[in-house]
Design a protein around this ligand. Structure first.
Ligand code: CP
Length: 315
């Protein structure tokens, strides 16, 4: 059987990414359909989530699927010692697709290897967050009109931030120039810098964060310091408020520049920026609905042609 799981965005070609963007465009035009009537999507969240879980569940519901799952592993038999493999095997008896977030890096890969049904990785530890990357790419494409040749500034926790790791890998197809802005303690890990070198991705590293540093950005991608990944909270306290984007820092910004943030925001973007035309993070989260509809359909073997021919549109 063809493996339709999505574990890492690195598995997707440029053509596949653009194909998924076209699918998401179809869903943005017509979001409510019955194309997944009779399907069951399971959302297994071993870690907290607001956007990822709710947008996946909304995506499934708006396409006529039904949703089962849990938001807290403490209410499941994993507390009795049931293994991840057995949990996946059980859920695959009930559902057609599993969307899983897990605190362990590699958990999604492992689940995809043991599961008879497709797995979508909704975030595995500090490793990857491929569905977030698809909505980030869709947001960039919508706002810039292209994914090619963009100047992308990644700011904040580049060590533990799985969204920036996934985004960097996806962009290898599109000739980007990255600027990594982070305190030394949270710098982009060597493994991702080696990845850039291997794929001829240009990058510049900064520790300064001011209006001059970010003046050349097409995309300013802010990130939260990932408190839950620190073993020593004193270390977290030292870096948590280091990079706060303030309204006055946008004075030299390019007109096309958009501020993205995977959210949740803690103290990275001043609230006064929310009404600025550069702010795009709430629309970005909304785009998650359409891109996750595309990812669910793709995992279930529904093609762009099927969606274009779909006669179940409700609005
Ligand atoms: N962006 C993101 O993953 O948000 P949640 O943790 O709320 O799902």
């Amino acid at each position: 059987m063809e493996d339709r799981s999505l574990v890492t965005i690195a598995d997707h070609s440029k053509e596949k990414i653009m194909y998924l963007i076209r699918m998401a465009q179809e869903f943005e035009m017509h979001t409510n359909r019955k194309i997944l009537d009779g399907k069951i999507v399971a959302t297994l969240f071993f870690e907290p989530s607001t956007r990822t879980r709710l947008s996946f569940e909304t995506a499934a519901n708006r396409l006529g699927a039904r949703v089962i799952g849990f938001t807290d592993p403490k209410v499941t038999s994993s507390t009795k010692g049931e293994t991840l493999k057995d949990t996946i095997m059980m859920v695959s008896n009930y559902a057609d697709l599993i969307v899983m977030r897990h605190y362990l890096e590699g958990a999604a890969r492992y689940a995809s290897e043991v599961s008879p049904i497709p797995i979508i990785n909704a975030g595995d530890g500090a490793n990857q967050h491929p569905s977030q990357t698809m909505l980030d790419l869709y947001s960039m494409y919508k706002t810039q009109g292209t994914l090619d040749n963009l100047n992308i500034y990644l700011v904040g926790d580049l060590k533990y931030g799985r969204t920036v790791h996934s985004l960097l890998m996806a962009m290898r197809h599109f000739n980007p120039t990255f600027h990594f802005i982070a305190p030394e303690e949270l710098a982009m890990p060597e493994v991702y810098k080696l990845y850039c070198n291997k794929h001829n991705i240009r990058f510049v590293e900064h520790t300064d964060f001011n209006e001059d540093t970010i003046a050349g950005a097409d995309i300013l991608y802010m990130t939260r310091v990932q408190r839950e990944r620190f073993t020593d909270l004193m270390e977290y306290e030292k870096v948590k408020d280091r990079y706060l984007l303030k309204l006055h820092m946008l004075r030299k910004a390019r007109p096309n520049m958009k501020i993205l943030h995977p959210l949740p925001r803690v103290n990275e973007i001043e609230y006064a920026i929310d009404d600025d035309p550069h702010a795009y993070y709430f629309e970005q989260a909304h785009n998650g609905l359409f891109t996750r509809q595309a990812l669910i359909c793709d995992a279930l073997g529904i093609t762009l042609e099927d969606i274009k021919a779909d006669k179940t549109i409700i609005n």
